[in-house]
Design a protein around this ligand. Structure first.
Ligand code: PHE
Length: 513
């Protein structure tokens, strides 16, 4: 099948694993997880977290790998091949990926700036005022676009150039190659950070705070919503990234085993960074003689305010070294994730229009760059916060639910299970079908309803309703409209959509030969 060759293919399974783990391990792990774990009940958060992994995380990773592999296409192509009516559902994640990327790259630009600042502690002796004032130039509200920070712009241009370059180079000689270098390096850097973190004076205070379970938090519904949101974002679920990446696998490959490896590696990395971060915060609390609560701030604050403060306390040698390592780890983890997001968009357009990868990657890079610039204004942090909230609370969760229902019921969970089991060493049992058809959709549906109720009652973080409507609701509506518009456009080659997926009989046949 020539088509496979044209779309690109991983060199081997290790390359694929590096890329999917690269997609999963990102800002969500280093930046958001430690803070959530602490805020939502320390050790007790592990319960909702594991429930979310078991009821939605692992079943959906297995599903997406099987789906992308069977139908061998980007999200829109795979959905179309499964059933013509579903095409538009595949386009929503393709566009939503670009929305996530637009702000994801901005955080990476901040990290890039802070990496440079690590060499001379450029965040002054008051990192809080510096970050929000001088650096972000935070304006009065989400509609106040005054100020423009040029150093953030430079960072954005650099990050988008990297994204563009590796996407332009293609699957095996671009994405796979860079992941093979960045992922092992990231693990080494993280291990150094953790070892240094836990050997600091007072580290145990931080770890105790992190892992002391506060079981009363489990009755709070927000904690459960956070756990599902975290698992989805962190495992790169429902955004088409895993479907796209598994479509580049060769015919014979162990899908199920790869799914478990991805989930465990991502989870392991999350623990690792939580331990590192809290060891360091424990040191800070001890040095300043304050309770640990006082030093733990929100996710943005954790990396760009609390961390710089600790680095100052560590003195010139360790402080600068740890700063360089920490911000490098954010950038490495973030780049491998953003590559999977841009690839989701790029591959969708390549499949649909038949245009050359180089051309599509360049257009995607330019659109991405232009949208990211919006966040380099004084309103950037507000926009980022609102858009991220809507993507996580609504877009990703609904896409996950729709995916489980459509693939589970219409395409057929048993057909998908048969497909994956036929080529995998570990066979998944009928429990998986029950998860995909009943448990996952039910849990996600419930989460969605609860999110809506919570939002109607409390709004979000005190933002004006107009801002939530424009940047949240309107943004989500635009994604749906774009999906419908794309569906109305013809495929460049009508033959491509006729393909109905690999049949498992093929493998049986091959085994006999
Ligand atoms: N998983 C990435 C992270 O943890 C983010 C991501 C989401 C990447 C969706 C791809 C698709 O940061």
């Amino acid at each position: 099948m020539n088509e496979t060759q044209d779309r690109g293919q991983w060199n081997n399974k290790l390359g694929f694993l590096m890329a999917v783990v690269g997609s999963a391990v990102g800002l969500g792990n280093i930046w958001r997880y430690p803070y959530l774990l602490y805020k939502d009940g320390g050790g007790a958060f592990l319960l909702p977290y594991f429930v979310a992994i078991i009821t939605a995380g692992i079943p959906l990773v297995l599903l997406e790998y099987g789906f992308g592999h069977k139908f061998r296409g980007s999200a829109p192509l795979s959905y179309t091949r499964a059933n013509r009516k579903f095409e538009w559902i595949g386009w929503v994640p393709a566009f939503a990926s670009m929305v996530i990327l637009s702000y994801y790259c901005v955080i990476l630009s901040w990290a890039f700036n802070y990496l440079v600042k690590s060499f001379n502690f450029g965040w002054t002796s008051n990192p809080n005022d510096y970050f929000f004032g001088e650096f972000l130039k935070l304006s009065d509200g989400p509609f106040d676009f005054s100020h423009f920070n040029w150093s953030i712009v430079i960072g954005i241009v650099i990050i988008w150039t990297i994204n563009w370059y590796y996407t332009y180079r293609g699957v095996s000689s671009g994405i796979e190659k860079v992941n093979r270098f960045l992922m092992p390096t990231l693990v080494v850097i993280m291990i150094i950070i953790v070892i240094r973190g836990v050997t600091l004076e007072g580290a145990t205070a931080g770890l105790n705070a992190l892992f002391t379970p506060q079981f009363d938090k489990l009755t709070n519904i927000r904690v459960w919503l956070d756990a599902y949101g975290q698992v989805f974002f962190s495992l790169s679920l429902a955004m088409g990234a895993l479907i796209t990446y598994s479509s580049y696998l060769p015919r014979k490959t162990d899908l199920n085993n790869s799914a478990f490896i991805t989930a465990f590696a991502n989870c392991g990395f999350e623990f690792l960074s939580a331990i590192g971060v809290f060891g360091i915060l424990g040191y800070m609390a001890t040095q300043q003689g304050v309770p640990i609560d006082d030093v733990v701030t929100q996710s943005v604050g954790l990396a760009f305010v609390a961390f710089p403060q600790v680095l100052l306390l560590m003195g010139p040698f360790w402080g600068k070294l740890m700063g360089v390592l920490f911000f490098t780890s954010l950038i490495f983890a973030g780049i491998t994730s953003s590559l999977s997001l841009i690839e989701t968009f790029t591959s969708s357009f390549i499949d649909k229009t038949g245009a050359e990868r180089k051309k599509v990657a360049t257009i995607a890079g330019l659109i991405g760059l232009a949208t990211s610039l919006m966040y380099a204004t004084g309103a950037g942090l507000y926009l980022l916060d609102i858009i991220d909230h809507y993507i996580n609370a609504y877009v990703i969760v609904s896409l996950g639910m729709v995916e489980a229902i459509l693939i589970g019921w219409v395409v057929g969970a048993s057909k998908m299970r048969e497909h994956s089991n036929a080529i995998s060493y570990i066979r998944i049992g009928s429990w998986w079908e029950i998860m995909i058809k009943f448990v996952t959709p039910a849990v996600l549906g419930l989460m969605l309803v609860l999110s809506v109720i919570d939002e109607i009652q409390k709004g979000y973080e005190g933002y004006p309703t107009a801002a939530l409507l424009v940047f949240g609701v309107l943004m989500v509506a635009t994604l749906l409209v774009l999906g419908i518009i794309m569906r109305s456009r013809p495929w460049h080659n009508p033959e491509t959509v006729k393909y109905s997926g690999f049949e498992h009989d093929y493998y049986k046949l091959e085994q006999k030969l």
